[in-house]
Design a protein around this ligand. Structure first.
Ligand code: AP5
Length: 211
């Protein structure tokens, strides 16, 4: 099963992608994580993405489609994948559809995590992430240790107030039209109310996948 997760920054896509990956036994593919790893490793892809990411702008479609081509044709994605934040423009949605059709596959489900701007701003302002495995935490100090891998927790540069405002603008201008695009192509977009404790949101998402 190939599942696309949509929703604004801070809606909990990454948190829910981890939970769903565990429950469904398919990998999570988060383009944000792939790009941050490339940045950390100093690759050409990471260097190209850095300035866009720091400002909260979208990385060019060609870079994202390159990542998606690599991962979707790999054996790891043979049983399916949970695509976290991997489709943020209409050209990306079109490119992914063409790529999957070539592989004899397609997007099976689209989940839209819905939350108010106030709530997501509060979440992003309180977030730290593990610099190694990228697990997000709420209310934990930068410099403390990740429970999963022992890495150090840090603040993301794009969680500064100006970058958050820009990410919200970018979401409305460039990513919101993707919701309509999937609807027009016949995929039913299931809305999930993301303003609830993590496990409750996971139950809602699993229920939405069965509809
Ligand atoms: P990315 O890393 O994907 O950032 P994002 O989409 O802005 O999403 P976030 O990671 O900020 O939020 P999330 O929805 O995953 O929430 P999370 O689970 O962390 O992308 C970063 C950048 O990379 C982009 O700006 C862009 O530059 C580039 N990029 C990536 N993909 C791209 C693409 N396809 N095209 C172009 N550019 C691309 O949760 C947030 C916080 O809330 C956490 O602290 C978490 O612990 C907490 N939380 C989660 N759920 C709950 C809950 N239910 N209750 C309470 N707290 C919760």
């Amino acid at each position: 099963m190939i599942i696309v997760l949509l929703g604004p920054p801070g809606a909990g896509k990454g948190t829910q992608a981890d939970k769903l990956a565990q429950r469904l036994g398919i990998p999570k593919i988060a383009t944000g994580d792939v790009l941050r790893a490339a940045l950390r490793d100093g690759t050409a892809r990471g260097k190209e993405a850095k300035a866009y990411m720091d400002r909260g702008d979208l990385v060019p479609d060609s870079v994202i489609l390159g990542i998606l081509r690599d991962v979707m044709s790999s054996p790891a994605a043979a049983k399916g994948a949970i695509l976290d934040g991997a489709v943020r423009t209409v050209p990306q949605a079109e490119g992914l559809a063409i790529m999957l059709a070539e592989l004899g596959r397609g997007v099976d489900k689209v989940l839209l995590f819905d939350i108010s701007d106030d709530k997501l701003t509060e979440r992003l302002s309180g977030r730290t992430v593990c610099e190694k495995c990228q697990t997000p935490y709420m209310g934990r100090q930068a410099g403390s240790k990740c429970e999963k891998c022992g890495g150090s927790l840090m603040r993301r540069k794009d969680d500064e107030p100006e970058a958050i405002r820009n990410r919200l603008r970018v979401y409305r201008d460039q990513t919101a039209p993707v919701i309509e695009w999937y609807g027009e192509k016949g995929s039913k977009v299931q809305k999930v109310d993301a303003d609830a404790p993590v496990d409750e949101v996971t139950s809602r998402a699993l229920k939405a996948l069965k509809k």
